[in-house]
Design a protein. Structure first.
Length: 228
């Protein structure tokens, strides 16, 4: 159960709402922090129309709405913060083919039975949940040779050095200017390749997304892998 002290609840509560009521799905899928960067649906490497996709940590639902409303996928989108799911349903619940559920990602994976043609996470559960536990759970619900695609804060953002090994403490910037501690797994590409391989995936592609105005430091790492 998520308490009101969760940093992610605080982040959702302080984030400004879009205008209430139904919204049109956005015009593209955003993997990074700067709109228009990254490959949109190209990260999946094939047409997603008619595919059953799972989003782990959907936030306000805009990426799920894009994939269902504009690309014709059937999307199940989960988030552990009920406030985010209420927003997603308010804005995009009318979009055919998308289902929004309040649920912890690991619980959903462990106790559900549906198999998916693709799993994705945009600054969501991947990187915030121990990959040694989460990735095998994803593997069990993903059809063979189908993609897992996820974006995380780049381990070298703002000139940082990658942190080897286990989780480290990062600080989530809230809209009011305060910070809350969160655990993150921020591996470099070789580390992700090894962790994915142990869980039964093959790393297919890694892309660095950057701030167009300050391209010297990458901001986002986008990983595409295949379930073996």
């Amino acid at each position: 159960m998520i308490t009101l002290t969760s940093p992610w609840y605080a982040y959702a509560r302080q984030s400004p709402d879009e205008q209430g009521g139904a919204l049109l799905p956005p015009s593209r899928l955003e993997w990074g922090t700067y709109p228009g960067t990254g490959p949109s649906t190209g990260a999946f490497a094939r047409d997603v129309r008619g595919r059953r996709l799972l989003e782990l940590g959907c936030g306000d639902g805009r990426n799920a709405a894009f994939l269902a409303g504009r690309e014709g996928a059937h999307v199940t989108a989960v988030d552990m913060i009920d406030l985010q799911i209420r927003r997603a349903r308010d804005h995009y619940g009318h979009v055919p083919g998308v289902t929004f559920l309040t649920c912890d990602a690991l619980r959903f994976l462990r106790y559900g039975t549906e198999r998916f043609d693709g799993v994705y996470s945009v600054f969501g559960a991947v990187g915030l949940v121990d990959p040694g536990v989460l990735l095998p759970a994803i593997h069990a619900r993903l059809n063979p040779y189908r993609p897992l695609v996820f974006s995380i804060p780049h381990p070298r953002r703002a000139g940082r050095r990658p942190i080897l090994g286990d989780a480290h403490t990062d600080f989530l910037a809230l809209p009011d200017g305060t910070y809350r501690a969160v655990a993150r797994w921020e591996f470099d590409v070789p580390q992700w390749g090894a962790v994915l391989a142990r869980a039964g995936f093959r790393l297919s592609r890694a892309q660095e997304l950057r701030n167009p105005g300050l391209p010297q430091n990458p901001t986002t790492l986008l990983i595409t892998a295949r379930r073996l």
